[in-house]
Design a protein around this ligand. Structure first.
Ligand code: 6CS
Length: 316
């Protein structure tokens, strides 16, 4: 088997490094019966194009950000709900790995589209950058916020008073530089590695969400694999769980320091207080009801189950 693995990031960035390690492990486990070529972002089109490729088998594996699947698998938009997950990284790690709501119920929604999510993992806490300081909801008034392509993400920023625009990240640096958009959200490692801090004066440590990525496989391909090879894929996925978490924590920490120490591109970094975060939380929580109404019964049931699972994990 010679397989293709699409990622939405470049070499050195998390998704690509994850996929590279995944490919090596899988080759080892199958004694070379499976070899996998990993693709950086760009060569295969936009994030939305890549989601189409994994659906129709143009690639066998892909890392997919749910924010780009909102028009196809509407339930996947639940990852756009801010202040949904825990503030405790260990709790989130456990929930993403063990949640039935995600790994069974939401996964089934993707499987209807011939995409099987094998793992949900965090690329880190999401932070805001802007050409002005973002401390309270009123700072978002008229703010042209770049988002991924999901109506719920747009709605969530409209609730803060912002004027959101969906864009591929391929166009993000130049859009920030030209002032076509005022700001964006991403984990710290990505802000640094994509050099967004060069064209943004402010970064707010808001941790208003976590950036969840999905490791996916084309479902037909996966189901047709011989049992021993399917098992090798499953084992590889499981071994990558702690590896991805470790990589994520390390990269986000290291690259925060890199932003702080980049004297050529000074960035004002502000960490929201709990009280300041609560002002955003108050506007974000009603989005859960919007999600329930908009996405429908199955989505509502997935969200409710996930909320219970998070609460239970936090109690442990
Ligand atoms: O902001 C984005 O759209 C990009 N952010 C990350 C962390 N990975 C890929 C994605 O397309």
């Amino acid at each position: 088997y010679e397989l293709r693995f699409a990622t939405e990031e470049y070499e050195g960035q998390l998704q690509y490094e994850y996929a590279r390690e995944f490919a090596e492990l899988l080759e080892e486990k199958t004694d070379g019966r499976i070899t996998t070529s990993v693709y950086e972002f760009g060569g295969l089109g936009s994030e939305v194009d890549q989601f189409e490729m994994i659906q129709n088998g143009g690639v066998e594996f892909a890392i997919v950000s749910p924010g780009f699947t909102g028009t196809t698998v509407r339930e996947g938009q639940l990852f756009a709900l801010q202040f949904l997950f825990s503030d405790d990284e260990d709790v989130n790690y456990q929930v993403l790995n063990e949640s039935e709501a995600l790994n069974e119920d939401l996964a089934a929604k993707y499987e209807e589209r011939n995409v099987k999510p094998l793992a949900f993992w965090s690329e880190g806490g999401m932070q805001w950058t802007g050409n002005r300081e973002l401390r309270e909801p009123s700072d978002f008034e008229g703010f042209r916020m770049r988002t991924q392509e999901s109506s719920l993400i747009l709605r969530s920023y409209e609730a803060y008073g912002a004027d959101p625009t969906p864009l591929s990240w391929a166009e993000l640096y130049s859009s920030l530089q030209l002032g076509n958009v005022d700001g964006q959200e991403n984990p710290i490692f990505f802000i640094e590695d994509a050099n967004f801090h060069e064209v943004q004066d402010h970064m707010t440590i808001s941790d208003h969400n976590i950036y969840v990525a999905m490791t996916t496989v084309n479902a037909d391909f996966y189901n047709d694999l011989p049992d021993d090879l399917r098992q090798a894929v499953d084992e590889t996925v499981d071994e990558m769980r702690p590896a991805a978490q470790e990589m994520q924590l390390e990269m986000n920490e290291e690259l925060l320091t890199a932003i702080e120490e980049d004297d050529a591109n000074p960035t004002e970094i502000y960490t929201l207080s709990e009280e300041e975060r609560n002002a955003f939380r108050e506007l974000a929580i009603p989005m859960q009801d919007y999600f329930r109404d908009d996405v429908g019964e199955d989505g509502a049931a997935i969200l409710d189950k996930l909320l219970e699972e998070i609460e239970e994990a936090e109690g442990n």
